[in-house]
Design a protein around this ligand. Structure first.
Ligand SMILES: Cc1cc2nc3c(=O)[nH]c(=O)nc-3n(C[C@H](O)[C@H](O)[C@H](O)COP(=O)(O)OP(=O)(O)OC[C@H]3O[C@@H](n4cnc5c(N)ncnc54)[C@H](O)[C@@H]3O)c2cc1C
Length: 399
């Protein structure tokens, strides 16, 4: 039986960042993952916005940040291209396997212990704290004062410890992606996104460049939709000769919680972080940056609990309120916009897309209430037909 201050279940972006931050705050940490290699399998388009990189004080390095991105090209159902280009780098397409290994090295350097092939098969509260049993290649028992549940969508850990985390099928996207090489596409400094009910119902097709003639080509669609994400992606690729001619060198798939934001992400001796707490942007499905920023906040609150020697929910729940204040409310507004957009016909989507520039779309998806309201009201004043279309869908933004 080994003793630590904190057990982190899951050694992906949330867990590794949490382990590093906890160790830097002087706590002893063990970070456990059932996979056999950090970073693998990759279940990710690998896009990460520069805002997150800055807030997380990461220094992009060619080994894990493969392609700088300066904007986006959005394609409407009828094929209209809306392009937004910045004169600076606004994000990166990562090498996620290398990125996670980089995070693991940083956590280890800070003093955290990381173990792979360590499936947490039982976890419970005891009089002293938390007890976790690990089975697989390594078989150990660990004791700790508290646990971080960073174990992905539908967190098994949280459910075991009495915090039921459920998500409706409509709030899940299923994603599939091919890493492709030998393909032709323009502008490798842009990410490319295609929309439309026939292209990707309740989602989009993405092409995230990883250099010349090389990209992640993927799709996310509502998990409740009958046809599979693969069928939609294959159909789309078959219609694009420049993509079809390439080779698939890796297949990635997984589910993305794009709704079901949780009010309660803590319980006695436990904090839930990342996909486990559905901390994902409901429109574009990005969760890397949000998971890591939440891990920073969770580590701060955990440190407070250790200082007070009180690991009860009454101390840990500050994580809920601070996270909602800084991030949750914004994501909630983004979710309302998504509900509105997904109920639109392709024709109305096209009309609305005509009226908004790519910068406007970026403002809407940022979740900034003041900026979005300012921009939308300006449009509505000058375009009465837009007002009519928007009013039709406004009520559908609530669920
Ligand atoms: C197809 C696809 C494309 C995506 N594209 C992007 C993108 O381009 N940009 C972006 O920002 N986000 C993207 N995302 C979302 C992003 O990948 C997630 O938000 C992110 O991985 C969340 O990290 P996490 O650490 O919270 O959880 P996860 O990455 O899900 O990690 C959970 C970890 O817990 C481990 N685990 C689970 N149970 C146990 C157990 N009992 N014992 C031990 N270990 C356990 C798992 O092995 C896993 O390593 C995409 C997701 C998918 C599916």
């Amino acid at each position: 039986m080994e003793e630590f201050d904190v057990i982190v279940v899951g050694a992906s972006v949330a867990g590794l960042r949490a382990a590093e931050q906890l160790a830097k705050k002087g706590l002893s940490v063990i970070c456990l993952d059932r996979k056999q290699e950090i970073g693998t399998p990759k279940q990710c388009g690998e896009g990460l916005g520069y805002g997150h990189i800055k807030r997380l004080h990461l220094k992009p390095d060619k080994r894990w940040a493969s392609q700088p991105i300066k904007g986006a090209a959005l394609y409407t159902p009828l094929g209209k291209k809306v392009e937004v280009l910045y004169d600076k780098v606004v994000g990166y397409v990562l090498e996620r396997k290398a990125f996670e290994k980089h995070l693991a090295k940083k956590a280890s350097k800070a003093g955290a212990v990381i173990r792979v092939r360590s499936n947490v098969s039982s976890i419970k509260r005891t009089k002293k704290g938390i007890e976790a049993q690990v089975n697989d290649l390594f078989s150990e028992k660990y004791n700790a004062k508290m646990v971080f549940a960073c174990d992905g969508p539908t967190s098994w850990t949280a459910n075991q410890l009495g915090l039921p985390i459920k998500i409706k099928r409509q709030d899940l996207d299923s994603g599939i992606q091919y890493e492709m090489t030998g393909i032709d596409f323009p502008q490798e400094h842009l990410i490319h996104l295609w929309f439309g009910k026939n292209v990707a119902p309740r989602g989009y097709v993405w092409l995230f460049p990883k250099g010349k003639n090389h990209a992640n080509v993927g799709i996310g669609i509502g998990a409740h939709i009958k046809a599979s994400a693969k069928e939609y992606l294959d159909k789309w690729i078959n219609e694009k000769p420049g993509i079809k001619k390439g080779s698939i060198i890796e297949v990635n798939s997984g589910v993305i919680p794009v709704g079901g934001l949780l009010k309660k992400m803590t319980a006695d001796r436990m904090i839930v972080v990342g996909d486990a707490a559905h901390q994902v942007n409901p429109i574009h499905g990005g969760g890397i940056g949000l998971a890591m920023e939440a891990a920073d906040l969770a580590a701060k609150i955990a440190r407070k609990a250790f200082d007070k020697k009180d690991f009860s929910n009454s101390v840990l729940q500050e994580y809920n309120s601070l996270w909602w204040e800084k991030t949750g409310n914004k994501l909630s507004r983004i979710l309302q916009i998504r509900y509105m957009v997904e109920s639109m016909s392709d024709k109305d989507f096209e009309n609305i897309a005509e009226s908004f520039s790519a910068e406007d779309i970026m403002t809407l998806q940022s979740g900034s209430l003041a900026e979005s309201a300012k921009m939308v009201s300006k449009k509505l004043i000058t375009k009465p037909t837009l007002m009519k279309t928007m009013l039709k869908y406004l009520a559908r933004g609530k669920r």
